[in-house]
Write a protein that binds this ligand. Structure first.
Ligand code: ADP
Ligand code: XUL
Length: 511
């Protein structure tokens, strides 16, 4: 059997997959609900200033112990032959020179958190929601000849949430702590290192989210590393394809949770590349929309081409080649904000409730952003409305919800047109994908049928498939066994909605 982890923004999940592609166990620990001592209800520290959004890496360690203790209580972990994993992309963890010795000396009688926390040189980790590094992005781009050059090398222009500019900000603002830092890991490679008991490589999928990986060489870009911070390249792990064997599992997990001592750990990847694997979409042609904390649109790519507007990204594809990705920050948290503002439940987002207004929302449109947005990059303090007086005043819950959802997906359609795919069908995943009302609006806006897999957590499923790859199995064979569309979840677009969305009016409102 194979174990896949996904350490996302709001929770850490695990899926155990049999070699025949059956899901044997699934378990999840929500950070906010289960670890209230970290005061991070949505997985990050609230109230950050100047666009800063950080999370406590000790929370991720405490959650890993909790998840495994609970999983070991219901499944025999001795049957796991290999482990794969993924993490929220871009987030980074800073460690001193004692990290390696601490990892190899972990005692099962104590927890991960107390044994590894002393190695942290930066108490909190910047995560993907952070928009504080505009200045550092400009400095990095200027150092190599401009953003077109950064994009040519790394697949993206210099982006605030990407790890490079976050490292530069730390280097500039806290040079002493940066100086003490011997290793900089991503969330994915950090957790992989903990499980393997030694520093693990970063893969080409997650590594491409740093503005530091040269995509044509698949190696760290010397000039960009130098433009980021002194001595950076020595602090970065090596790079390797996702699923490459890192080594055997650390004895800490064997003693504490009953893993077999010959269980292997493979190189982890980012949550979106792992989702591409778990959705059976690594081969170009299949579009995936993930509705998690962030909303993301991604697909495998034959030839890497980049977004002329600068919002989209090219990452390594764990199945080989490349993938494109566009990320929207106001995803589930914006839907939750509107739900709570209106004092309704998720049923108000269902097909039946949304039918109170027709597609196109009678011309009432909304820029559905409750805070900073990254696609397009703009700071908002709340939704912007255009339409009837009642709509502008926030009245009529069905019109408000339809306005929000249509705005989210019209914005997504507009900002993914550069990819040049008219999807034949769209596979939906992530927490909100189970909601038929939301799924129907995706189908209507993109005028394509949407389908969902039996498993909503495709990142953890993809991670488990990567575990199988680490054990020598074929990725495509595991995908054909495990990535099954759930019966009765196919939704057709309504033809009457084809011309209902006024893209031009929306784009004009975006300015
Ligand atoms: P992540 O992996 O980014 O932590 P998930 O993919 O687990 O997030 O998605 C979590 C989100 O799913 C929650 O923030 C919640 O808003 C949303 N969600 C869960 N159930 C529903 C539902 N029935 N309708 C709409 N959204 C939902
Ligand atoms: C992708 C992105 C988010 C995070 C968290 O670029 O920033 O999707 O991976 O899920």
């Amino acid at each position: 059997m194979y174990l896949g982890f996904d350490s996302s923004t709001q929770s850490i999940s695990a899926i155990i997959l049999s070699a025949l592609g059956e899901i044997v166990a699934e378990h999840s620990v929500n950070f906010g609900a289960r670890l209230p001592e970290f005061a991070a209800p949505s997985g990050f520290i609230p109230g950050g200033e100047k666009g800063e959004v950080h999370a406590d890496p000790q929370m991720w360690l405490a959650a890993l112990d909790l998840l495994l203790a609970e999983l070991a209580g219901k499944t025999d972990l001795a049957a796991i032959r290999a482990i794969g994993g993924s993490g929220q992309q871009h987030g980074s963890v800073y460690l001193d020179e004692t990290f390696a010795a601490r990892l190899s000396g972990l005692q099962a009688s104590q927890g991960l958190r107390e044994q590894l926390a002393p190695a942290l040189t930066r108490a909190s980790s910047p995560i993907w929601m952070d928009t504080s590094t505009g200045e550092e992005c400009a400095e990095m781009a200027a150092a190599v000849g401009g953003n077109a050059e950064v994009c040519r090398r790394t697949g993206s222009v210099a982006v605030e949430r990407f790890t490079g500019s976050q490292i530069r900000r730390f280097f500039k603002n806290n040079p002493a702590a940066y100086g003490k830092t011997a290793h900089i890991h991503l969330v994915s490679s950090f957790l992989c290192s903990v499980l393997a008991g030694k520093s693990a490589a970063i893969d080409f999928g997650d590594g491409a989210g740093m503005n530091l990986l040269n995509l044509s060489k698949l190696a760290w870009d010397e000039n960009l590393c130098a433009a980021t911070a002194d001595g950076l390249q020595e602090k970065l792990p090596s790079v390797a394809p996702a699923g490459t064997v890192v080594g055997g599992i650390s004895s800490y997990f064997v003693e504490k949770y009953g893993f077999a001592s010959d269980c292997k750990v493979g190189v982890f990847t980012g949550d979106n590349p792992a989702s591409l694997v778990g959705m059976g979409a690594t081969t170009p042609g299949q579009v995936v929309i993930s509705l998690g904390t962030s909303d993301t649109f991604f697909a495998g790519m034959t030839e890497p081409h980049t977004d002329p507007r600068g919002f989209g990204h090219v990452f390594g594809n764990p199945g080989g080649g490349f993938m494109c990705l566009v990320c929207f920050r106001n995803g589930s948290l914006a839907r939750e904000a509107m739900r709570d503002e209106l004092g309704v439940g998720w049923e108000a987002f269902d097909v039946e409730s949304l039918q109170a207004m027709p597609p196109g929302n009678e011309g009432n449109i909304m820029l559905p952003f409750y805070g900073a947005e990254i696609t397009p990059r703009r700071d908002f303090s709340g939704p912007v409305r255009r339409g009837s007086t009642a709509f502008m005043a926030g009245e009529n819950p069905a019109a408000q919800i339809r306005g929000l959802l249509e705005g989210q997906f019209v914005n997504m359609k507009h900002h993914t047109d550069w990819i040049g795919i008219q999807p034949q069908s769209i596979r939906l995943t992530g927490g909100a994908s189970r909601n038929n009302g939301i799924a129907q609006i995706v189908a209507d806006v993109f005028q394509a049928p949407v389908e969902r897999l039996e498993i909503a957590n495709s990142a953890a499923l993809g991670a488990a498939i990567l575990g199988a790859v680490t054990d020598g199995k074929s990725m495509t064979e595991m995908q054909s066994l495990a990535c099954r569309c759930a019966e009765g979840t196919l939704l057709e677009p309504s033809a009457s909605s084809a011309d209902a969305y006024d893209m031009a009016k929306f784009v004009a409102l975006l300015g």
